[in-house]
Design a protein around this ligand. Structure first.
Ligand code: ATP
Length: 319
């Protein structure tokens, strides 16, 4: 193998740049030519390639987002789009591809593997919702961003004795809500994996009020309901006023934490080694503090599991 390419796809995540840097530098270290594909699968279809040298990834390890840009491509979901992408790759003799993204991106990568094209995945999504790996690049930075925001909101909630609902990202996985809620001492954490009734949330608020704690923080994952919907239910059922803060895209940006830079560096280098070793159709995963090889179908067919022990821990600590 002489030429490989790397792209970022799906939602961006802090640490993607550190992963691109690791792929490019490890690739060159291994004697390969490395190309960056701009705009994800859309760029693959359009042949939007740029040759990467050592300097092209200088000064990016600390930057959020992705220098290659990310995109979603409907055309790539079709056989026609996949053929166009393969044509672009063959035209410049690229022999292997590394895809940094979420489970949807690995479904796409799997289509290239079905056509015989060697492809390796690196998990990159703030939601940490990919099966087969305990960690996805971007999660630690996102959790720290949310935690810092809640710390600030708590100051004002305390002063005005308010109940604040913080809506965070996480469509099917409650990891961001659980980690940020536990680490910021939220009274209630509402995640898709553990349905709760509103009465339970109110009881917890009232327990706090009985011992003189007049402010409360409720963290809700967007996949359960919106902060506004929860506010309406609490108002209608209990006539309690709440304030809603939607953190939104703030959670996707920012300079990656040391942990994200470390994991991105490990996974980026490992992905190159796997391509060089002739592997394909596999995602680099992280389990029990080890890099592991996870077949693509495990990453998108199995379901990611939140750590329910942490959920019950949070409940026991916020009584
Ligand atoms: P995130 O978790 O941030 O949403 P993701 O990688 O899951 O990231 P998706 O939008 O699901 O994001 O997928 C990214 C891209 O992967 C899609 O725009 C599409 O081009 C490609 N893709 C997704 N599913 C398929 C599929 N079944 N076949 C071919 N390509 C796919």
């Amino acid at each position: 193998m002489k030429k490989i390419a790397v792209l970022t796809s799906g939602g961006d995540a802090p640490g993607m740049n550190a992963a691109i840097r690791a792929v490019v530098r490890r690739g060159i270290y291994c004697g390969l030519e490395v190309y960056g594909v701009r705009h994800g699968y859309e760029g693959l279809i359009n042949g939007d390639f740029q040759k990467m040298d050592l300097g092209s990834v200088g000064d990016i390890i600390h930057r959020g987002g992705t220098i290659l840009r990310s995109a979603r491509s409907e055309l790539f979901k079709t056989v026609e789009g996949q053929h166009l992408a393969l044509k672009s790759l063959n035209k410049v003799d690229i022999e292997g591809l590394i895809v940094i993204g979420g489970d949807g991106s690995f479904k796409g990568a799997g289509k290239l593997v079905e056509q015989g094209f060697p492809t390796i995945g690196i998990p990159g999504t703030i939601d940490n919702d990919i099966a087969g790996t305990e960690y996805s690049i971007g999660f630690d930075t996102a959790v720290n961003t949310v935690m810092e925001a809640i710390d600030k909101i708590r100051d004002t909630a305390y002063s005005h004795e308010r109940i604040c609902i913080i809506e965070v990202m996480g469509r099917e996985a409650g990891d961001i809500a659980l980690w940020s809620g536990l680490c910021s001492g939220a009274e209630s954490i509402i995640i898709p994996e553990a349905p709760q009734n509103v009465e339970d949330i109110i009881i917890r608020i009232q327990q706090g009020q009985k011992r003189g704690k007049m402010h409360s923080i409720i963290v809700v994952a967007e996949g359960v309901c919106s902060g506004e919907d929860l506010k309406t239910i609490i108002k209608e059922k209990f006539n309690l006023e709440t304030r809603v803060i939607v953190l939104g895209h703030l959670q996707r940006g920012g300079s990656p934490t040391a942990y994200d830079r470390m994991m991105a560096s490990r996974m980026g280098a490992k992905a190159v080694d796997m391509l060089v070793d002739g592997e394909k159709g596999v995602m680099v995963g992280w389990r029990k503090c080890q890099l592991v090889h996870v077949p693509f179908d495990k990453a998108y067919e199995d379901k990611h599991k939140v750590n329910m022990a942490d959920f019950y821990l949070a409940r026991s600590l916020s009584i």
